[in-house]
Design a protein around this ligand. Structure first.
Ligand code: FE2
Ligand code: FE2
Length: 582
């Protein structure tokens, strides 16, 4: 019985143990699952963090893109965001420099900031350089012993760097830089999730940089185009070669955003190039320089008819150092393009020392080329106009000379009247076109004498009344001859009225005071002074003093008092003298 009882008790014991075991097993399964769940939960939490961070970036991005921004400010804000999201102690955003093929420390965040912002390393150099060159992420868990770690930079920043993750900044076309984060906060290490998160952030940032560049490029192109259009209009609005050349200089400096510019023109007679104008502090000195065709950069461009982009002038053997020596100007980089007119090179246009950038780009070269095309047209037009104008003036002078020669006693009269009138013009506040009209009117003022018979014009004795009446017709004859020429519209009234008097006793129209054109009133004083200071067959010339006295006496009757004053002023300044006539 006792035995039976013991047996039963044992079996109960076993049963209990088995039950405990089952419970233990179940518990360990539950615990394992709980651990798995906890792990899943932490993974989910991490994913949530990534998603939240991405969302924050998107939110930030849309805020920024809806306001006007500068790329540098934008990147600065992004790096703050990156450090906050990754929970890193420091970080750097590097951008590649397309021209120099290196990497710029664009935004530096953390304790290292002041010392290395703007620094450069070679593409491929260090961890960031390697990432930017290869377009692949890099994780350094033991930075100090990492073969890619750039020790010189590390020593410079004096910052205890433990671990780094660095990812490329990539657009669909290319790698434009890299982002590096340094040391996870609270002494922890970066995890795989941090790398994933950084890759995701870098993708967004690269996209924003690309869009910003596209936008800036578009804005730049637009502003350059409108600048070019405005400049073309300005260039073609003047037909004065000097004005065109000066405006060209101003335009190229402004449009190319550079320190100064130079315009060289070909002197066909000597086969040289000369500086027509050069702006800038030392411009006046540079103005003197002439180059043999083929010499210097401009000489090379003019000879070959091809443009040049020179990033470092000191390294280019074609560069003509004398110009800098004479002007004390330091030429660092330049663009030079030929100016052509109907395939013939007439000069070269230079843009020197790009502002706010290391050097000029291919785009700048194209822009300067476009400007050179406009300049070529404007210079050609102005030259043609000047040539035409000179031919016209020379023809008028030849005509006036022919009239002068008919009357040996008044030889040189036209030239002197023109010279006195122009001397007076300096004090009359005339614009260039009014001055030009005054000059032409003075040249042509007596052209009507062509219609006066020789026996009257060349008579040695005193003229009879009827002969004088015949002479008095010359302003009308001149008017009749010249009024057919449209381009002389501004000249005809002055020519017709140069013998009118403010008191109304002149001829041919007996005009009074202000009714007489200013040009005619001016020439009238100059004309009379020359007549009084010239010998006539029937009288000796007056001295200058006597003639001046007479002019003063006739102020208000024969002459406009204001112009008498003007004449006397020019005389006092030594700009009028009848010495040449004595
Ligand atoms: Fe006259
Ligand atoms: Fe005259």
């Amino acid at each position: 019985m006792k035995k039976k009882t013991r047996k039963r008790a044992r079996s109960k014991e076993t049963e209990k143990e088995a039950r405990v075991k089952i419970l233990d097993d179940a518990l360990s399964i539950v615990e394992k699952e709980a651990i798995d769940l906890k792990f899943e939960l932490s993974k989910l939490k991490e994913r949530m963090r990534v998603k939240e961070a991405e969302l924050e970036v998107f939110r930030e991005m849309s805020n920024i893109s809806s306001s006007s921004f500068k790329l540098d400010q934008l990147l600065d804000r992004y790096m703050d965001l990156v450090l906050k999201i990754i929970r890193a102690e420091a970080g750097t955003l590097y951008l590649t420099d397309e021209v120099k093929k290196d990497l710029i420390f664009n935004v530096v965040k953390g304790k290292v900031k002041r010392k290395i912002t703007g620094m450069r390393i070679g593409l491929g150099e260090g961890i960031a350089g390697w990432v930017a060159q290869n377009g692949r992420p890099y994780v350094a868990t033991d930075v100090k012993n990492d073969p890619r770690w750039l020790r010189e930079v590390g020593n410079k920043i004096k910052f205890d760097i433990r671990d780094i993750i660095c990812v490329p900044l990539q657009t669909p076309k290319e790698t434009i830089g890299s982002i590096e984060v340094i040391n996870k906060m609270d002494g922890k290490s970066f995890q795989r999730e941090d790398l994933e998160l950084l890759i995701s952030l870098a993708t967004q940032i690269a996209m924003v940089i690309e869009n910003a560049h596209l936008l800036l490029d578009k804005e730049k192109t637009l502003s350059q185009l409108s600048g070019l259009t405005a400049i073309s209009a300005l260039l073609s609005s003047s037909l004065d070669p000097k004005v065109v050349r000066r405006r060209t200089m101003e335009a190229s400096t402004q449009l190319m955003d550079c320190e100064t510019g130079s315009l060289f023109l070909v002197d066909e007679e000597t086969n040289e190039l000369y500086f027509e104008v050069a702006l800038g502090k030392e411009g006046e000195k540079v103005k003197q320089i002439r180059l043999k065709m083929g010499k210097g950069i401009a000489g090379w461009v003019a000879q070959h008819g091809e443009p040049l982009l020179i990033s470092d002038t000191t390294k280019d053997s074609r560069w003509f150092r004398e110009a800098d020596k004479k002007s004390k100007f330091v030429t660092k980089n330049m663009l030079c393009v030929p100016i052509k007119v109907k395939d013939k090179v007439i000069g070269a246009l230079e843009a020197i020392n790009k502002l706010d950038s290391e050097t000029f780009t291919q785009d700048d070269l194209e822009l300067l080329n476009s400007l050179a095309n406009e300049v070529g047209i404007a210079i050609d037009n102005a030259n043609l106009y000047e040539e035409k104008r000179n031919t016209f003036l020379e023809t008028a002078e030849a005509l006036a000379d022919a009239i002068d020669k008919r009357d040996p006693y008044t030889g040189g009269h036209t030239k002197r009247v023109t010279s006195y009138s122009l001397a007076m013009a300096k004090y009359l506040d005339l614009n260039p076109s009014e001055t030009e009209n005054l000059k032409l009117t003075a040249i042509l003022h007596d052209i009507g004498k062509i219609g006066i018979p020789d026996d009257v014009l060349r008579k040695k004795g005193k003229l009879t009344d009827s002969e004088f009446d015949s002479i008095k017709k010359h302003p009308i004859f001149g008017y009749e001859i010249m009024s057919h020429i449209k381009s002389l519209k501004g000249v005809i009234p002055g020519m017709r009225s140069h013998h009118e008097r403010p008191d109304g006793r002149g001829y041919p129209d007996r005009l009074k005071a202000e009714k007489i054109p200013l040009i005619a009133r001016t020439i009238s004083v100059a004309d009379t002074f020359d007549a009084m200071t010239s010998d006539r067959p029937y009288r000796k010339r007056l001295t200058d003093a006597e003639a001046l006295k007479e002019i003063r006496r006739c102020a208000g009757t024969q002459f406009d008092p204001m112009l008498v004053k003007t004449f006397l002023k020019a005389y006092r300044k030594g700009e009028i003298s009848s010495d040449q006539n004595s």
